[in-house]
Design a protein around this ligand. Structure first.
Ligand code: ADP
Ligand code: MG
Length: 315
């Protein structure tokens, strides 16, 4: 692969006894929005910090834009924009001054910088808040400022570490749209999140992380093909008898039937008339049915099958 913007090989990072990254490898091509999906503590932020040489690691190699990354590799750093998980801005500087400061780390020409700062402000929609100090901004606006500081110098690779945690829906949508737009303008993006819906929505490829390991990599549809689940049917119904549950679980293509949250949940692998068959069986046995849902697999199902635990549990 010649266009790899990021190449991580066999990265191992230990915090004393704890192995935060366990032989983690990854390649990201130019033009991707690459998602790192994993629950809290799976090693996403550690990966980013090692990638940028902000953190030393025990083993492995990191190459960015085809050169080995090192703490003093400023040529490479110029081409990278970072939007960290924790908002990092100066309280004593205004919105404009903050963005100008961060942009100034890479762009010394004043005229050019003024243009870039204005563009970044427009991009995140902070035009009306230029003269505001950070403490006057809501959480969502603060996140947008954090983003503007990271992208103003127009880096080729932009890293977003959980940029939508604790953000209102309006800012959240604006952030996701903004990331897609930056990518369309040519930036390669790394996007970490524990929200599978977001990753599903915007990422070209996704790595599923769990306990410092990369458990699977692929496009959204490739990942879903890795698992046996093709359909999950849930029906609001009183709890069927054990005997009936057995019969349900042995319907064609069904591989699991459970009763949870006042619903019968049946998981299938393949097959065409699963819903009709199941409803027929239940009505023959004279169960009163409430609402019925049929769902195709989500990344949560992928995570569940691959790791044995639900991604949702970690939120
Ligand atoms: P994520 O970003 O996916 O939530 P992190 O990369 O922050 O995960 O953490 C990975 C693991 O490393 C977790 O078990 C976390 O508790 C541990 N960890 C992170 N930073 C430190 C640190 N400075 N000291 C000790 N353990 C740490
Ligand atoms: Mg993190």
């Amino acid at each position: 692969m010649s266009n790899a913007v990021v190449k991580i090989e066999n990265l191992v990072k230990r915090y004393n006894e704890l192995i935060a990254l366990d032989h983690f490898s990854l390649e990201i091509e130019e033009g991707e929005i690459f998602g790192l999906l994993g629950p809290n503590g799976s090693g996403k932020t550690t990966t980013i910090n090692c990638l940028l040489s902000l953190l030393s690691y025990d083993k492995g190699t990191v190459e960015l834009f085809g050169t080995k990354m090192a703490p003093d590799n400023y040529e490479v750093k110029k081409n990278i924009g970072i939007v960290m998980q924790n908002v990092a801005v100066f309280e004593e500087l205004t919105v404009y001054e903050n963005i100008d400061y961060f942009c100034g780390l890479y762009v010394s020409d004043k005229e050019q910088r003024a243009k870039l700062v204005e563009e970044a402000i427009g991009f995140v929609g902070l035009e009306e808040f230029k003269k505001f100090y950070p403490k006057k901004l809501s959480g969502g606006l603060l996140r947008r400022l954090n983003i503007a500081c990271g992208i103003a110098h127009k880096p080729k690779l932009i890293i977003f570490d959980e940029p939508t945690v604790a953000v209102d829906p309006q800012s959240r949508n604006k952030i996701l749209e903004g990331i897609v737009k930056l990518n369309e303008q040519g930036a390669t993006v790394i996007y970490t999140s524990h929200y599978m819906e977001e990753v599903e929505q915007i990422c070209t490829r996704i790595a599923i992380m769990d306990k410092g390991k990369c458990r699977a990599i692929g496009t959204n549809s490739e990942l879903k093909k890795l698992i046996r689940n093709t359909e999950t049917i849930s029906i609001e119904v009183v709890k069927p008898s054990d005997e009936d549950m057995k019969e349900i679980a042995s319907l064609p293509h069904a591989y699991e039937a459970v009763y949870e949250d006042s619903k019968l949940v049946v998981r299938y692998s393949g097959g065409k008339h699963n819903l009709i068959r199941l409803m027929q069986l239940l009505s023959e046995k004279q169960y009163d049915m409430g609402r019925v849902y049929s769902e195709i697999p989500t990344l949560n199902d992928v995570f569940l099958e691959i790791t044995g635990t639900a991604l949702r549990d970690s939120e």
